[in-house]
Write a protein that binds this ligand. Structure first.
Ligand code: TYM
Length: 305
């Protein structure tokens, strides 16, 4: 591995950023900036695999960029951009789709979970082929490491398999990336339903702590949360859950306060966010277009002109 590793990760602009996203992924994105060459992408192409309102999606994309800047993604050190601004992702996804097998995609648990909640007639082909687009996001930057939560492990395995298959057929073309899944906090559970992961798309607003929730909302959600950790139960025995929950709510409010302040400041200047995203897209495209050109050459496409 080179002295400076290439890191890439993505997050969907669908629903609001929650504590699971932060603990499982975003805080590692921030830490990774110190030593690596990082690419972080707001994956709007992924978001439309389920129905979205156009104006809401546009607003959510900008809002998510503001949150990423507020949590500490530094556009001076990292390349922060929007997926649809770099058309090479979709083009590489097409090619990789011809090297991913139907049977492999059918086994993806995230697809099975999401498809299970809908009637077959309303499950889009995009939802099915989504992991191929994710593989393209990663491989097009020749990423060494991909910091993600536990729910993305299977998609990373598929990415590695597709990269190895392509390299085996055409010679070394892609770096085969490693998933970087944190030992603690890779699967934060829903506060109301502790057997389900905290999720942007799940219909559980009371069980999901958004990083932008105001203090009173945070306190209420913690107060009504289902408590499950035996050690904590013991430490607080006799004092009652009310004390535990009050302490936890206070800690959480203080923890999120600086992030929320930065977010409020950034949200007043959407023009500046758009400018930063444009700089990021240009940096990303310079890398992505090189990989795509190499892939087109390898598979045998006739060069233009
Ligand atoms: P997304 O948008 O669902 O989630 C963003 C990141 O948050 C992590 N995460 C969690 N971690 C711990 N506990 C939870 N309850 C929890 N919920 C979500 C996710 O694992 C993820 O790291 N397919 C991806 C986006 C994507 C991507 C990529 C990621 C598209 N292309 C390329 C990495 C590389 C997704 O839907 O993440």
């Amino acid at each position: 591995m080179p002295a400076v590793a290439r890191v890439l990760s993505g997050i969907q602009p669908s629903g609001e950023v929650h504590l699971g996203n932060y603990i499982g992924a975003l805080r590692h994105w921030v830490a990774d900036q110190d030593r690596n060459d990082c690419f972080y992408v707001v994956v709007d192409l992924h978001a439309i695999t389920v129905p979205q309102e156009p104006e809401a999606l546009r607003a959510a994309t900008l809002d998510l960029a503001a949150i990423l800047l507020a949590v500490g993604i530094d556009p001076e050190r990292s390349t922060l951009f929007v997926q649809s601004h770099v058309h090479e992702h979709a083009e590489l996804a097409w090619v990789l789709g011809c090297f991913a097998m139907f049977g492999e995609l059918r086994r993806m648990t995230q697809f099975k979970d999401k498809a299970h909640r809908q009637r077959e007639a309303s499950v889009s082909v995009g939802l099915f082929s989504y992991p191929v687009l994710q593989a393209a996001d990663i491989l097009i930057y020749q990423a060494d490491r991909v910091p993600v939560g536990e729910d993305q492990r299977q998609h990373l395995e598929l990415t590695r398999d597709v990269a190895q298959r392509f390299n085996g057929r055409f010679g070394e073309t892609f770096v085969v990336p490693e998933a970087a899944i944190p030992p603690v906090g890779a699967r934060i559970m829903d506060l109301q339903n502790p057997t389900a992961k905290m999720s942007k798309s799940a219909d559980s607003p009371q069980g999901t702590i958004r990083v932008t929730d105001p203090p009173d909302v945070l306190a209420r959600k913690i107060k009504t949360a289902v408590t499950e950790i035996p050690d904590l139960e013991e430490a607080y025995a006799g004092k009652g859950y009310a004390d535990l929950k009050r302490d936890l709510a206070e800690a959480l409010v203080e923890f999120l306060r600086p992030l929320q302040e930065r977010y409020r400041d950034l949200a007043t200047d959407p023009g500046e966010i758009a400018r930063l995203l444009e700089v990021g897209a240009a940096k990303a495209q310079a890398v992505a277009s090189k990989t795509l050109a190499a892939v087109y050459e390898r598979v045998g496409f006739l060069p233009r002109g």
